[in-house]
Design a protein around this ligand. Sequence first.
Ligand SMILES: *[C@@H]1O[C@H](CO)[C@@H](O)[C@H](O)[C@H]1NC(C)=O
Ligand SMILES: *[C@@H]1O[C@H](CO)[C@@H](O)[C@H](O)[C@H]1NC(C)=O
Ligand SMILES: *[C@@H]1O[C@H](CO)[C@@H](O)[C@H](O)[C@H]1NC(C)=O
Ligand SMILES: *[C@@H]1O[C@H](CO)[C@@H](O)[C@H](O)[C@H]1NC(C)=O
Length: 211
Amino acid sequence: MKMKVIILFCVALFQVCCSANYNPDFCVANLSTPYTPSGYQCKENVTVDDFVFSNFASGKTIKPFNITLTVASVNNFPGLNGLDISAARVEVGVNGSIAMHTHPDASELLIMVKGQLTAGFVTPDHAYVKDIKPGDVIAFPKGQVHFAVNSGSEEAVAFAAYSNSNPSFQFLDHLLFANDLPTSTIAQSTFLDISEIKKLKTLFRGSRYEY
Ligand SMILES: *[C@@H]1O[C@H](CO)[C@@H](O)[C@H](O)[C@H]1NC(C)=O
Ligand SMILES: *[C@@H]1O[C@H](CO)[C@@H](O)[C@H](O)[C@H]1NC(C)=O
Ligand SMILES: *[C@@H]1O[C@H](CO)[C@@H](O)[C@H](O)[C@H]1NC(C)=O
Ligand SMILES: *[C@@H]1O[C@H](CO)[C@@H](O)[C@H](O)[C@H]1NC(C)=O
């Protein structure tokens, strides 16, 4: 009887410490596995570097908006897998614009660090808009169409936090003018002039950004 207990104890100890090299407290992404709605599969042999994102100012410039955006999501920051959080850093050039967009799957905080932005979100009967400066944080509820434009005289810098490890970004300009929806259909479904649609298609076609 005693022997059986000791053997069971040893088996349990082995399973906890030495079987697969997984930590039971978190599931760091193995980016070689496919992304699924519940995230990536867990990787083995986690290190501290899985929980550190570097080069937070290395992002791509989105041309007509004159912003440089770096998104730290589970796709390049494996430690975020399953945590329902992610972050971004954005530089908004003089007269630049984080144009109208939505994250259908994430609420957002935008934390001002430098300059001045006029930021807010819109609903059919009210625009919730304010000039924000360093020391201010603005919240955008999940799914609301929101924006932030540079209303100062210098470059603005802000950090964002999202309630999703892999938030989706949908810019209205891209939904309307960057895909292959025919101009006549856009005109009929938006009441915009054909000439304005053609101008915006030239501006935004090919500018879609992979986040
Ligand atoms: C990641 O997944 C691949 C494919 O399943 C596997 O071969 C590899 O060993 C995994 N890497 C880690 C670090 O878990
Ligand atoms: C994890 O580490 C163990 C022990 O060093 C090793 O046997 C195993 O191959 C490693 N797994 C991966 C996917 O690198
Ligand atoms: C974009 O922003 C930069 C940095 O603030 C500024 O120097 C430049 O003039 C802006 N470009 C346009 C086209 O407004
Ligand atoms: C920003 O816009 C203002 C007003 O339209 C204009 O006078 C200024 O030259 C613009 N600055 C840049 C850098 O484009």
